[in-house]
Design a protein around this ligand. Sequence first.
Ligand code: ADP
Ligand code: GLC
Length: 503
Amino acid sequence: MKNSGSNRLKILFASSEAQPLIKTGGLADVAGSLPIALSEMGQDVRLVLPAYPQAVVGAAPLIPVTSLKLPGYSGIIRVLEGRLRGDVPVYLIDAPDLFNRPGNPYADPSGADWSDNAERFALFCQVVSQLSLNRAGLHWRPDLIHCNDWQTGLIPALLAFEHNRPASVFTIHNLAYQGIFNRSTFSRLGLAEKLWRYEGLEFNNSLSFMKGGLAFSDWVTTVSPTYAREILTATLGYGLEGLLQYRADRLQGVLNGVDYTVWDPASDPAIPQHYDATTFHLKKINKSFLQREMGLPEREDALLFGHIGRLVEQKGVDLIMQILPGMLKFPHVQLVILGSGDPELERFLCQECGKHPDRIAAVIGYNEGMAHRIEAGCDLFLMPSRYEPCGLNQLYSLRYGTVPVVHRTGGLSDTVINATPRNLLVGSATGFVFDRPDVDSLWRTVNIAVDLYGRPKAWWHKLAVNGMHQDFSWNSSARHYMEIYQKAINNPALNPLAGAVLP
Ligand code: ADP
Ligand code: GLC
């Protein structure tokens, strides 16, 4: 039952993408499902996104609810209200010359970053701060604004100097992408000069949007407990580990949840055959369908590996490429890959498919339905990420009985339990985990998986079905966020520039 009482929080959730309106990666999955989970817990949560063309279509019908003018932007900015999955209100910030473009939120159709990304997301941040201060005519003032990744990083910085501001929580989804721009961009954006300090937005003589979120928000979170520890080190802190250590008493890792109304093989409309843990044997129908869809020979005895993701260094796809010759020596192994990114990796993948069309199939591009069918049709899912703040595909794989093979890092290490002989015996294993992101470790682990698959079927069945029983729904993580929201509201952080001698 929804909560309409006085303990109901008003939360504005700001993101640069949200599924099903617009998606390039896991941030969209989170921004499209955590607000729904919070709303189901009775909170008054509203989402705010730029009005990209896809979002305008997806959130329809839209009502223009207010408009505003901002210094530095010549046009009128409209705020359009629609719904996320018919439930949560969504505000789309309509500044057409900045957001009404083809391509994705960050890049043009050729994949090159928009040259005015600083202007685009600075404007987004400015509008969102005005909304959250109830200065844009919405007649709604949130208790808290939840910002996500660098595109929203300026919001806490802009709010920090306001009296009677809402509390702010900033979530790091990937610290490697920081929104760094040069000094002249900082001046062009018309940001207050007092923010240009190393306690503020300045980072190695550049402007860092990410730092705005890390330095000025009341609480900082990231998307798994292990990643929350890893970013305190030089290896994964990307130069921000000092600031994060300084804020460690207000930094917490909260594991992402899964929306099982979207990712569940028992009801997934994108897959040909529904199944659950009690009808695991039906999964093989999805395997045949996938083999056909991908142009691979339809073989029930094949051991089908899958991978879905952005083809970038983070994801370790190059490691998969390097073990291909070895994998092909197993006559029953097949591999399907869906992804796009690095043109060299894309080319290499296509070449390999051309050479081994009966063993490897790759689709370059983005295809949501196919991603679901790969989860449903494969036996194993490869995720050798060099680092992984949380990762969602291993969680989807678990639910689909597609055993994940992962590097012990970030959220992968928090969610997959290694199939050691002991864990298999006691029934706790859910996947295969290796310690180093290198070719040898991945290769050794793939061999262990191939070996186990060849043993009596009951062993594999037990491993896969144990994964299916894991619960990574939003229930506990959304509650965890609520606790953090309360702490942020009750105990605001000091403005890091408040005590500084300002120029
Ligand atoms: P990241 O956010 O780093 O890309 P995650 O594992 O958190 O990684 O989330 C990736 C999300 O994007 C998943 O929902 C995955 O299925 C989806 N995805 C990635 N690449 C593709 C693609 N080419 N086609 C369809 N879905 C994709
Ligand atoms: C980022 C991370 C990924 C995480 C996702 C959602 O893109 O790379 O690990 O799951 O955000 O939080």
